[in-house]
Design a protein around this ligand. Structure first.
Ligand code: ADP
Ligand code: MG
Length: 205
């Protein structure tokens, strides 16, 4: 079972990964956007870490809804509302259960990803964060390690795609040949699940 502390570790591991990789995310965004994705994500997840320490929410769902709210209020740019919606909707789907199974998390994250697709109007293959999130959600009930690998493969597979949504879509054909920054950060978020679960925790709960 995944308890509240697991979800706090997930957010902390995401914040650490985003901080570590911020320069790479910004470089990816410099190629097909406006070079702010690393700083956006770093600012957002630093705020998430702060508020989770201060408020210590008492259930998995509450951790994610609080994190989502803070991403929306601290991240300017497209990714704030999109990641905020992802975490808020996932948290809402978890309800106030004190512990959840990895299948329940997979289902809730599926609802969160569907909300991102609805908000941004994007679908698979549009060269967005969805290209990492959708394949991860499909295998998440099985193992976090598999989900991490699927997200990473999905992010790398955005390189040859033409961007159809967001700022990168303004470039048209010139967006081809670059990895989508939001797909790269989504792979960090999914990879952080495996980190939060620990060395033997990748096999689901
Ligand atoms: P901005 O584009 O406003 O500068 P960021 O650079 O922080 O915001 O985030 C860019 C990322 O947001 C993109 O790489 C893409 O993955 C994601 N994104 C942008 N628009 C959409 C959308 N409509 N649907 C899903 N993801 C999107
Ligand atoms: Mg940007």
């Amino acid at each position: 079972m995944l308890d509240t502390d697991f979800f706090r570790r997930w957010m902390a591991a995401t914040a650490a990964a985003v901080d570590r990789e911020a320069d790479r995310l910004t470089e990816l965004d410099a190629a097909i956007g406006d070079a702010d994705h690393g700083s956006n994500m770093r600012r957002g997840f630093a705020a998430v870490s702060d508020v989770l320490e201060k408020e210590a929410p008492a259930a998995p769902g509450a951790v994610l809804t609080l994190a989502g709210r803070h991403l929306i209020s601290t991240v300017g740019g497209a990714s704030g509302p999109l990641y905020g919606t992802l975490l808020r909707r996932t948290g809402k789907a978890l309800g106030d259960a004190p512990e959840v199974t990895s299948d329940q998390l997979a289902e809730a994250l599926g609802a969160g990803v569907a909300a991102v697709a609805q908000l941004g109007g994007a679908q698979a293959g549009d060269k967005t964060m969805l290209d990492a999130l959708l394949p991860a959600v499909e295998v998440l009930g099985g193992s976090f390690g598999e989900a991490r690998d699927a997200a990473l493969a999905g992010a790398l597979a955005t390189v040859p795609l033409l961007a159809r949504k967001g700022r990168a879509s303004y470039l048209g054909e010139r967006s081809i040949g670059h990895q989508d920054p939001g797909a790269a950060s989504a792979a960090l978020l999914v990879g952080a699940l495996a980190e939060a679960a620990g060395p033997n925790g990748g096999g689901g709960a």
